[in-house]
Design a protein around this ligand. Structure first.
Ligand SMILES: Cc1cc2nc3c(=O)[nH]c(=O)nc-3n(C[C@H](O)[C@H](O)[C@H](O)COP(=O)(O)OP(=O)(O)OC[C@H]3O[C@@H](n4cnc5c(N)ncnc54)[C@H](O)[C@@H]3O)c2cc1C
Length: 490
């Protein structure tokens, strides 16, 4: 029977009520086929696949709710925040709304409230999946005693022992914190603690212009905060197609984000009324708050991996083979804890694949073809090769573009910012890459992805002109871009 173990304890023994003397006492030993450590997307994907294949499965999470960092600190809160901020921006800029009121200012805690309600709904849905599938959940911190045994220490110090044939480590990641930055200062945050911010700073320094830094730059600038975005490189998100990266820079700047490229911190000085960032270039920047978004580290330090002879790299990440198997035969790993691409989208499939490798039910696949979805304002998404890569590889490609400002659906939605760009082979017409920014970009990209995944000649640009799409839709951009590209051929 499925259960959440700590909820089965009598009230007198729950977290608050456990007698102190019981701390460290081993309450019970449980036997499973597969035990999954972590209930984020990777853990959930793994647990569901293993249980569907008839295995007896348990999941352990150190947080007293399922969902992982993805639900509680990462993907879900940041996307919910962004959604609210976009609604506020629309209300404040669309002339239609002036009939019901003047532009309004909303605080960060205001928008955080709606994110919290989404988190709660996600936890409810996901808890239901485990219950329905008869997966036991243990809330506590897991560590290996040996290759077949994990000990789970709950918040009240009670220890439970889980014995299993196979384990899947899906313990995710957390923000990397360099020793020389004082994160105990009340104005210094990382991407986890920013969700405790109880006021709206007038000025914010975001250190690190990767995906998370750029997304938070969009969220805060959308709330009217003056953001300094510090980039260690000379181009924002340099893995993107250059044109898309340029467009992001333009729109962030247009929204009052000051992007400072090729900068590195010398020192982060917390003072009473703010934070001063001293840069190696000699510049000094002061703001009301400082948000560190530079790097993540795998959650492996509490797993006692030394007891099973498993090593991690300098980022705390575990090495796996294509079957998500670690160097210890019965132990697998998936999600952020194995490093790239560190996305919830990939983590879910990696977890499912790790379990697929264990149960051998043909559900394994190596997850190496992941679309990029970046929820900046404007949104960005891409799949396949970009122009730089194709040019370097000397592939004879051509470009087809559709600008959202000319499309009916974008005009109706008052979303004129954006573009879809299709890169295709000029001889075979095979789609080689799809790059998009603007309204619904992360949805639109999947149409291109579906065609790119077709075998042989079925991957063709012609699909977009030989197939009738709904109108008016954002998907119409594919037809417009396909005609634009074909018109360049001779
Ligand atoms: C701000 C932000 C925005 C993001 N936005 C997106 C996005 O839009 N799209 C996207 O695809 N990805 C996004 N990501 C990345 C995404 O959140 C991660 O890739 C995803 O959470 C990884 O899932 P996971 O299952 O590997 O681990 P996690 O979600 O990190 O979950 C791991 C769980 O394991 C638990 N745990 C850790 N150690 C132990 C232990 N010893 N014992 C028991 N439990 C343990 C943790 O408490 C946690 O609950 C974002 C990340 C951040 C930080």
């Amino acid at each position: 029977m499925s259960s959440v173990r700590h909820l089965l304890l009598p009230n007198s023994l729950t977290a608050a009520g456990l007698p102190a003397a019981w701390s460290g006492v081993n309450m019970a030993v449980y036997n499973y086929d597969v035990v999954v450590l972590g209930s984020g997307p990777a853990g959930e994907g793994a647990a569901m696949n293993a249980v569907k294949a008839g295995r007896k499965v348990a999941v352990v999470d150190s947080r007293p709710h399922v969902g992982g960092n993805s639900t509680h600190l990462g993907t879900i809160p940041s996307k919910a925040l962004r959604h609210s901020v976009r609604q506020i921006m629309q209300y404040n800029t669309n002339p239609l709304f002036r009939q019901i009121g003047e532009p309004r200012w909303f605080s960060f805690p205001d928008v955080l409230k709606s994110a919290e309600s989404v988190i709660a709904k996600q936890v409810t849905s996901r808890t239901g999946y485990y219950a329905r599938n008869r997966i036991d959940i243990f809330f506590g911190t897991a560590s290996f005693a040996d290759e077949q045994t994990v000990e789970v220490v709950s918040a009240n110090g009670m220890v439970e022992t889980l014995v299993a044939n196979q384990f899947i480590i899906a313990t995710g990641s957390r923000p990397y914190r360099p020793a020389d930055v004082d994160f105990s200062h009340p104005r210094v945050y990382d991407s986890d603690t920013i969700l405790t911010l109880s006021h709206t700073p007038r000025r914010l320094i975001i250190y690190g212009a990767g995906v998370i830094g750029s997304e938070y730059a969009s969220i805060f600038s959308g709330l009217g905060v003056l953001v300094d975005l510090i980039d260690n490189r000379d181009q924002l998100l340099s893995f993107l197609d250059d044109e898309i990266s340029d467009a992001l820079s333009y729109h962030l700047r247009n929204n009052n984000v000051l992007i400072r490229h090729n900068e590195e911190y010398e020192r982060v000085e917390g003072v009473d009324n703010g934070v001063i960032l001293h840069l190696k270039s000699g510049k000094k920047i002061k703001a009301d708050a400082f948000l560190w978004c530079n790097g993540r580290t795998g959650n492996t330090d509490k797993l006692s991996l030394e007891n099973i002879g498993l090593k991690v790299n300098s980022r705390g990440q575990i090495k796996v083979d294509e079957h998500y198997r670690t160097e210890v035969g019965n132990i697998y790993a998936a999600g952020d804890v194995i490093g790239w691409p560190s996305l919830a989208s990939a983590a879910y499939d990696q977890g499912r694949s790790a379990a697929g490798s264990i149960v051998e039910n043909d559900s394994w696949r190596f997850v190496d073809d992941v679309p990029t979805g970046i929820y900046t304002i404007p949104e960005i998404s891409s799949i396949g090769k970009n122009e730089r890569e194709l040019t370097e590889a000397k592939v004879p490609y051509e470009v087809g573009k559709a600008f959202f400002k000319g499309m009916a659906r974008a005009q109706i939605s008052a979303e004129p910012v954006g573009m879809l760009k299709i890169l295709f082979h000029r001889e075979t017409l095979a789609v080689l890459g799809v790059h998009c920014f603007g309204y619904q970009a992360s949805e639109i990209v999947h149409i291109g992805q579906a065609i790119m995944n077709q075998p042989g000649e079925a991957n063709t640009l012609k699909y977009f002109i030989n197939t009738t799409f709904n109108y008016p839709t954002m998907a119409e951009a594919y037809r417009v871009a396909a005609f634009d590209g074909l018109n360049r051929l001779f």
